[in-house]
Design a protein around this ligand. Structure first.
Ligand SMILES: Cc1ncc(COP(=O)(O)O)c(C=O)c1O
Length: 375
């Protein structure tokens, strides 16, 4: 602990010191940073409906134990069955996406597994991989030919190769070519696929189940992770998989076994939210349209990105400049937060715009006009 003060000074000097900002929720700001992609988190009509339908009798605010020890089970079982029916697979809930990735990957992999993961996967996946102690190699971002070559080189030395990637990348908003991934899996029986749909769930597919639904490939993926704290406007996560894997995870995923499960009230809210989300195809279409507008605007002024989703990075490449722009935007009423290293590589510091279906065309037009003045 001796060097902590020095470490903080270096972060400050490089513009990379993170601090917790004051609460801004009372201000009338347009939020362009949250992961509430369908704009559901503050829908008072839905909150009232949920309370009327679910909270009139008794409502449990805590589970007081992990699933394996808690006497409360029914709401979790109901949500797992509800999601299981939607995906037509087995489902296991986790406390968060972080818990899911840190618990499942080490449970499925050991020293005899090779993990091949995309260079830009989320920190929770990297932490899960490190906990697994399996050998891992990162393939170039979204470069599935690089992945194929790595499999070709290594597949005879391992019983199993777990390919781990995301459907929609959290900081770049670009998407993985899932059909090609499935093609590669078919060539190599050792390959298993693990896809994190944290930013795809709610947004893609007729029912909003994610890019795996959009491509009609749910059954070809060994483990799909969905999170509920983003488009789900709730908290928690789930793994979509097969019955044996589910039962195995109940017995071996340490983050599932050794952590108090999220409260029943959140579980019921999650189910209520997903019931809305499956019918929100119009909202999804609207979100894709406004995302395209902003993305095209950035491209037209020289800030093209690979994004094809609701996450649109404005890559500035300098922490201090990103901080400055974010502050200018805040001053004129927008929350658009800076993303700096180590979340993204040095030189790719950015504002991460994440749009939501509650934003109308006029708001996006006004934003574009303001950005014209600032950039
Ligand atoms: C790809 C990905 N997986 C997992 C997580 C973690 O999910 P949670 O916030 O539910 O812990 C995130 C969070 O941003 C993410 O981007």
């Amino acid at each position: 602990m001796n060097n902590i003060a020095d470490h903080l000074k270096v972060l400050q000097k490089n513009g990379n010191l993170r601090t917790l900002r004051a609460d801004l929720s009372h201000k009338k700001l347009i939020d362009l940073s949250s992961n509430d992609y369908l704009g559901l988190a503050n829908r008072q009509d839905l909150i009232n409906k949920f309370i009327n339908e679910n909270c009139q009798d008794e409502v449990a605010m805590t589970s007081s134990a992990s699933r394996l020890l808690s006497i409360t089970q029914q709401c979790y079982i109901n949500l797992e069955h509800f999601l299981g029916d939607l995906y037509d697979r087995d489902v296991l809930l986790f406390n968060s996406g972080y818990h899911a990735n840190c618990g499942i990957i080490p449970a499925l992999c050991d020293k005899n597994t090779l993990i091949l993961c995309d260079k830009l996967v989320h920190a929770s996946i990297i932490d899960g991989i490190i906990l697994s102690r399996a050998k891992f190699i990162r393939f170039k971002h979204n470069d599935l030919e690089h992945l194929r070559n790595l499999i070709k080189i290594h597949h005879t030395q391992y019983h199993e190769i777990l390919v781990v990637t995301e459907s929609v990348f959290s900081m770049d908003g670009d998407i993985c070519d899932i059909p090609k991934l499935v093609e590669i899996k078919k060539e190599y029986p050792e390959v298993k696929l693990y896809i994190d749909e944290a930013h795809g769930f709610g947004i893609y597919g007729k029912k909003g189940l994610g890019l795996t639904e959009h491509f009609d490939l749910i059954n070809n993926i060994d483990v799909i992770i969905g999170t509920l704290g983003k488009a789900g406007a709730s908290v928690g996560a789930f793994a979509v998989t097969d019955a044996d894997v589910k039962n195995y995870l109940i017995n071996s995923a340490r983050s599932f076994i050794f952590s108090t499960v999220f409260p029943p009230v959140n579980c019921k809210w999650s189910q209520f939210m997903i019931e809305q989300i499956v019918d929100m195809d119009n909202e999804r279409k609207h979100l894709h349209k406004i995302s395209k507008l902003l993305n095209n605007f950035f491209a037209s002024i020289g800030y093209a990105s690979n994004s094809t989703s609701q996450i649109i990075p404005l890559i500035i490449g300098n922490s201090h400049k990103v901080l400055e722009l974010s502050q200018h935007l805040l001053d004129i009423g927008y929350i658009a937060l800076p993303i700096r290293t180590p979340t993204v590589p040095v030189g790719t510091e950015r504002i991460r715009f994440s749009l939501n279906a509650g934003l109308d065309y006029e708001t996006i037009d006004t934003l574009i006009n303001k950005l014209k003045e600032l950039l």
